[in-house]
Write a protein that binds this ligand. Structure first.
Ligand SMILES: Nc1ncnc2c1ncn2[C@@H]1O[C@H](COP(=O)(O)OP(=O)(O)OP(=O)(O)O)[C@@H](O)[C@H]1O
Ligand SMILES: [Mg+2]
Length: 248
């Protein structure tokens, strides 16, 4: 597919969104920047954009094959994902299978406690207000989504969780939690957007419980890129690795 990169529409903390010659499509460029704590802690990690785009593409492909509507059209080359342009809903939809992170800081859950059924939490994606946790009533009053849309989002999110949890476990990775974002496509469908990567998920090695995600960066530990590459190595097929010239 020949998609020309056009004007920059939006530069976020880790990705840039570009217009293309098709008004219903964008190119999402995955940058090497990594941030934590509302952007207070910030660094650049060589090849992070490359790996996050390849990892995200893999997950989007797996989900599409299972019938989930996603933004994904194709990975033009590592770092550059051709996507449906979405009118984003400013919600961070968080799903938790194992208690970790802010959940155990804010509530009396035990560290690594299994959460079955999974816990779904929605935060308002708004840096100025530091992404506060929502309930349906506040979300609807703010005009962010209708009850019907929220019910639909929960339903799709649980399906996504089940699909990815199984896919990862088969590859020796636990899926404690993840954050996703949705938007409306040009036909008004609610579609999964943004990314699914070690920046936005917790991944633990199921055999060693080794952390393989952004928590390493948050805690100032070394080996962040090695962990991201290990996730890529564990989830990509030999065919994927050959296609993107990845020798892991
Ligand atoms: N398919 C899409 N179409 C349009 N915008 C998208 C799409 N997927 C993701 N986005 C938006 O693009 C931006 C991605 O950039 P990034 O993740 O770096 O931003 P962010 O720092 O999380 O967000 P922000 O700067 O908005 O707080 C986000 O605002 C995200 O909501
Ligand atoms: Mg983001």
């Amino acid at each position: 597919m020949n998609s020309k990169i056009g004007d920059l529409i939006y530069a976020g903390k880790a990705k840039d969104v570009y217009e293309t010659d098709n008004p219903t499509q964008v190119i999402v460029k995955f940058r090497d920047d990594i941030t934590a704590g509302d952007g207070i802690k910030s660094e650049s990690l060589v090849k992070k954009g490359f790996y996050n785009s390849v990892i995200s593409s893999k997950f989007f492909e797996v989900l599409e094959k299972s019938g989930i509507k996603t933004q994904y059209i194709e990975l033009i080359k590592p770092g550059y994902m051709l996507c449906k342009k979405l009118d984003m809903i400013p919600l961070e939809v968080i799903t938790r299978n194992i208690a970790a992170g802010s959940l155990i800081k804010k509530f009396p859950f035990t560290d690594k406690q299994e959460l079955n059924p999974p816990v779904i939490q929605m935060d308002y994606k708004n840096d100025e207000y530091h992404d506060p946790m929502l309930n349906d009533s506040i979300t609807i009053a703010l005009g962010l989504a209708t009850q019907q849309e929220l019910d639909g989002i929960r339903d799709i999110t649980l399906k996504i969780n089940a699909i990815l949890k199984d896919f990862l476990l088969e590859r020796d990775i636990l899926f404690p939690d993840f954050k996703i974002e949705y938007g409306f496509d040009s036909q008004g469908n609610i579609v999964l957007g943004d990314e699914i990567s070690p920046d936005t998920c917790r991944f633990w090695d199921s055999k060693t419980w080794e952390v393989l995600d952004k928590d390493l960066f948050r805690k100032g530990e070394s080996g962040v890129m090695d962990a991201y590459m290990k996730v890529a190595s564990m989830i990509l097929s030999n065919e994927d690795k050959e296609k993107w010239n990845i020798n892991l």
